[in-house]
Design a protein around this ligand. Structure first.
Ligand code: ADP
Ligand code: MG
Length: 385
């Protein structure tokens, strides 16, 4: 963050690079607090662009678009981790940018990310970087069976191939276009969890409670949060590791750190996202400060107050598949029936076209006890089909 260290108060304009659902929920939060908003995204129908005061419809590297952002905004953040770090650096010459391009650059590259985790002394999966035929040939048999992941641009399980033998590994690298990759040993997962930390300009860190996550087909499906949803030692280990990772980056903003919990109870850092995260959406309805408000507080220099979970909660991701539960013609799910259930908070992202695997929205469920929330979640899932 280069320009100005004072507090940016409501009435100012806040910018976000990227117009997806994370940008939309940030914009909605900022507007609720009396800020004006600007979104940079080339897509005229982007979920965030549709609800923002300003929508600059250019690519992330467009000099005019970035200049317009700089002219309009007092501070800029990102909702999309593949925004070029150079664009963030350029904006940082004249206004506050958080997180910094240098931190985002590390999160964009699995090899750099793993190296950062090792530097921070947090546990990582056994892995090898593969950028050349020599590195491919030199891979230790101990890493198989494993998962070959492209170093860049992977998300929701895309850009990943499971491999059991050296021959499969060679074929997979070929199929992925011989781009830089990371081979990770396949680990025996008991479950997955993540934690969202927010780190201010002064290095102060607050956090959301550790979330327990269930993935289906490489995509987050369910997040469950309540007191003691993980053994306290495991939760505090995750939190300490997340803080080390954020401090090591001298990070400013909201950072999600994802973990694998292995069958022996040990914890391994999987990856980071330099922005609010799908697994933190429950905070909108179950915490007194949401992850989007944390993002806003970080970028404006407003105080970071430790969030409190005020309700056990389950978040169900609503993928486009739900629209096709009854056939090939999309049918809008029966929201009215879902919303008869107590404690259901429907969040849709305004995407016109449902598609299988596309994130269309989420349902946050709150209630008096974890059992009540779980019972409601089962009923909602049954209605949605
Ligand atoms: P993405 O960027 O697509 O989220 P991840 O590295 O988080 O990529 O992998 C997606 C999912 O695949 C993980 O959430 C986990 O369920 C599974 N997975 C990834 N790496 C491993 C591993 N080394 N061992 C076991 N399961 C893994
Ligand atoms: Mg992941």
């Amino acid at each position: 963050m280069s320009a100005g260290q004072g507090v940016i108060l409501p009435g100012a304009t806040l910018g976000v690079l990227g117009g997806g659902q994370l940008g939309r929920m940030f914009v909605q939060e900022a507007q609720a607090m009396g800020y004006f908003t600007a979104v940079l995204d080339a897509d005229a129908t982007s979920p965030a662009g549709l609800v923002s005061h300003h929508h600059i419809r250019t690519g992330y590297e467009d000099a005019q678009g970035l200049a317009e952002m700089a002219r309009l905004c007092a501070a800029v953040t990102t909702e999309f981790e593949n925004v070029p770090a150079a664009s963030l650096d350029l904006l940082a010459q004249t206004l506050r940018v958080s997180p910094a391009g240098s931190a985002v650059a590390i999160a964009q590259d699995r090899a750099a990310e793993k190296a950062h985790f090792v530097r921070c002394g947090v546990p990582v999966a056994p892995h090898a970087v593969i950028e050349s035929p020599e590195q491919l040939a030199g891979v230790s048999a101990d890493l198989l069976p494993g998962i070959l992941k492209t170093a860049r641009m992977g998300y929701d399980g895309k850009g990943q191939v499971r491999v059991a033998t050296p021959a499969e590994l060679a074929t997979a690298w070929q199929d992925l276009g011989r781009v830089p990759c990371v081979l990770e040993k396949m680990l025996p997962l008991a479950h997955e969890c993540s934690v969202i930390v927010a780190r201010g300009q002064d290095g102060c860190i607050v956090h959301l409670p550790v979330q327990r996550n269930l993935h289906r087909g490489g995509i987050l499906a369910v997040t469950e949060v309540y007191d003691e949803n993980l053994p306290p030692a495991q939760a505090s280990q995750a939190l300490e590791a997340a803080k080390s990772v954020a401090n090591g980056l001298r990070y400013v903003g909201v950072l999600c750190v994802e973990f694998f919990v292995l069958q022996d109870g040990s914890l391994v850092v999987n990856e980071i996202a330099p922005r609010p995260h799908n697994s933190g959406h429950y905070s909108q309805d179950a915490c007194d400060v949401s992850q989007f408000e944390l993002q806003l507080r970080c970028m404006t220099g407003l105080p970071l107050v430790q969030p409190r979970l005020h309700s056990p909660t389950i978040m169900l991701n609503l993928l486009g598949d739900l629209w096709f539960a009854h056939g090939e013609q999309p049918v809008v799910p029966d929201w009215a029936q879902v919303l008869q259930l107590p404690g259901c908070h429907l969040r849709l992202y305004g995407k016109a076209q449902p598609k299988r695997g596309r994130k269309m929205g989420h349902l946050n469920i709150t209630g008096a006890t974890p059992e009540a929330v779980r019972a409601t979640a089962l009923k909602a899932a049954a209605i949605l089909g």
